[in-house]
Design a protein. Structure first.
Length: 558
């Protein structure tokens, strides 16, 4: 049985044409027409997540895993506002998310009705398109509006908001409806750059004696890694990558902070680039952003990608290249392949990397039980078929310091870098991908997204919680320690028994307490080798984690 409301059946015809296959539904009453229609459509997989904030991030993870748009369905009122954190994350990471919010009729807003707010435009600042489908409008108007917002969704890949005010009755259904022919929402063709643009950029390229390419988080064509290898083979070019870029190669330098954190001004002057080229989303390394803002590259900053927001990360953006990295580098390598360059720039970085690698290994041999040791063990025992979703704060920053098997895939919510929703995102990714997924998080972030425990867990999801006593990053960065009672106001140590909390939702937990490296490695290996949903609570609360991390960075420069 289909919804009796014609704009709802038209909407679902358009969703099918757009390629939507997943619906994440939060129960309610005002959204009954949407739920009824969702049940009638066998082509959609339905997931019910009662908490809208968690539901938004679950949908985000599904969209990330599938590469397809995912729609979330909410009732009216503050329910839609709870999607905003996930919508903001999708906005900055260019993930296709469709918010379908039921609403009360416009003439009932601000008149004391239950579950009614001014929700039209509620997500305006973080969506690439929005529309409002009133029952008083004609089918022609509905079709025009839906075509407009869904075309932007496909063309630019980001979140959109469709608000649907419904008159009562809400639960009426019909056996048949008149199916509408939705437009063909084909993805736009990837176009190369014009020769005039390439010629202009080549002038800056030739003036730059030292080139730096930085690859941050993104979904890249596999050929990009090979293209970057060819560029990294140039004596005047260095390629830096972050773990979440999922690009690796012998000539590419990961571990940006491991390389540059101990540098003083004189050392950086010898390594600073004349031209910076970035690809992907937001860069994690705060240090590289600070250095490149402090000493802006003389020939500017190019960013590659057809983004609706171009990140002027270093306040020196000179070129936005509106095509894919694969397309741009194929053109650029052809154009610059016969250049004859004399430079020791790449050699300087290679020398630095070798020295840092040796000191890193030396530190690993003597480090005590701590967060640092745990990540070193995880690098050693994590199977190559895993996808890892890193939570924010110290967790994702630790991940940048270690060498993981290149076959392991990495992701994190680095669009907004918030601690909310990382567990829900990993859960959504696991539900749609089918591959083994590991979520690594801190205790504070785990508690913050505890609604994810309410959702049905897929068997291919494992979670590791670092119980280090709260927001440990505030014990590391300068500033918080100077504020009275900073542990209470910044670190916020959790006051919850995570084992009991997980048990309340029927989830199994294991504990890893202070141990020898051999014993800890054995237990971690056992946990990762199983193929069932579990939570590993890693207790490092008695370790001086912040001091050990500071000692590590000091040792790299000694």
């Amino acid at each position: 049985m289909h919804s009796a409301k014609p704009q709802v059946t038209l909407l679902f015809d358009h969703l099918e044409a757009t390629g939507v296959r997943d619906l994440v539904i939060s129960p309610g009453s005002r959204n009954a027409p949407l739920i009824i229609e969702a049940q009638a459509r066998s082509g959609f997989k339905k997931t019910v997540i009662p908490d809208e904030r968690s539901a938004g991030f679950v949908a985000l993870g599904m969209a990330e895993a599938s590469g397809r748009p995912v729609a979330v369905i909410s009732t009216s009122g503050t329910a839609v506002l709870n999607y905003h954190p996930a919508v903001a994350e999708a906005f900055y990471r260019r993930i296709p998310l469709i918010v379908l919010s039921a609403d009360r009729p416009e003439y009932r807003i601000d008149k004391g009705e239950g579950q009614s707010i001014r929700q039209r435009g509620a997500l305006h600042n973080h969506v690439i398109a929005e529309t409002h489908l009133s029952e008083s409008q004609t089918p022609e108007v509905w079709n025009e509006k839906l075509t407009g917002v869904l075309t932007k969704l496909i063309r630019h890949s980001g979140p959109i908001h469709i608000n649907l005010p419904f008159e009562e009755p809400l639960y009426e259904s019909v056996e048949h409806y008149r199916k509408q022919n939705a437009p063909d929402f084909a993805k736009p063709e990837v176009l190369p750059l014009a020769d005039t643009d390439l010629a202009r950029m080549e002038k800056s390229w030739q003036k730059a004696g030292r080139k730096m390419i930085i690859a941050a988080q993104g979904r890249f064509d596999p050929i990009v890694g090979l293209q970057l290898e060819r560029l990294a083979a140039r004596p005047d070019t260095v390629v830096l990558t972050e773990t979440t870029a999922n690009l690796s190669g012998q000539a590419l330098h990961g571990h940006i902070d491991r390389l540059i954190f101990p540098l003083d001004d004189a050392e950086w002057e010898k390594l600073a680039p004349d031209l910076v080229i970035t690809l992907g989303n937001n860069i994690i390394s705060k240090k590289i952003k600070f250095l490149l803002r402090q000493s802006p590259p003389a020939q500017g900053h190019w960013h590659i990608g057809a983004h609706y927001i171009t990140p002027d990360t270093f306040d020196r953006l000179t070129e936005h290249v509106p095509t894919t990295p694969a397309m741009f580098f194929s053109q650029w390598l052809f154009r610059t392949q016969y250049e004859n360059i004399q430079s020791d720039y790449a050699a300087r970085w290679a020398h630095l990397a070798r020295a840092r690698d040796e000191k890193h290994k030396r530190f690993a041999r003597k480090v005590p039980w701590s967060d640092w040791m745990f990540y070193d063990l995880l690098r050693q025992y994590l199977p190559a078929d895993y996808h890892v979703h890193w939570a924010n704060s110290t967790v994702v920053r630790y991940a940048q310091l270690f060498d993981f098997d290149s076959r392991i895939r990495h992701s994190a919510n680095r669009g907004t870098s918030g601690i909310d929703g990382s567990h829900s995102t990993a859960l959504g990714y696991a539900r749609r991908s089918g591959v083994p997924v590991l979520h690594v998080t801190g205790d504070l972030s785990f508690l913050y997204d505890s609604s994810a425990l309410w959702a049905p867990w897929p068997t291919n999801l494992k979670t590791i919680v670092l119980q280090n006593g709260g927001g440990d990053i505030f014990r590391f960065i300068p500033g918080p320690q100077d504020v009275p009672d900073y542990e209470r106001y910044f670190v916020a140590p959790p006051r919850a028994d995570l084992e009991s909390m997980a048990a309340a939702f029927g989830l199994q937990t294991q504990k890893l307490r202070p141990a020898s490296r051999i014993e800890a490695g054995r237990k971690l290996n056992e946990f990762l080798s199983g193929r069932d949903a579990k939570i590993l609570l890693v207790d490092t609360s008695e370790a001086f984690n912040a001091r050990i991390l500071k000692d590590y960075f000091t040792s790299l420069g000694d």
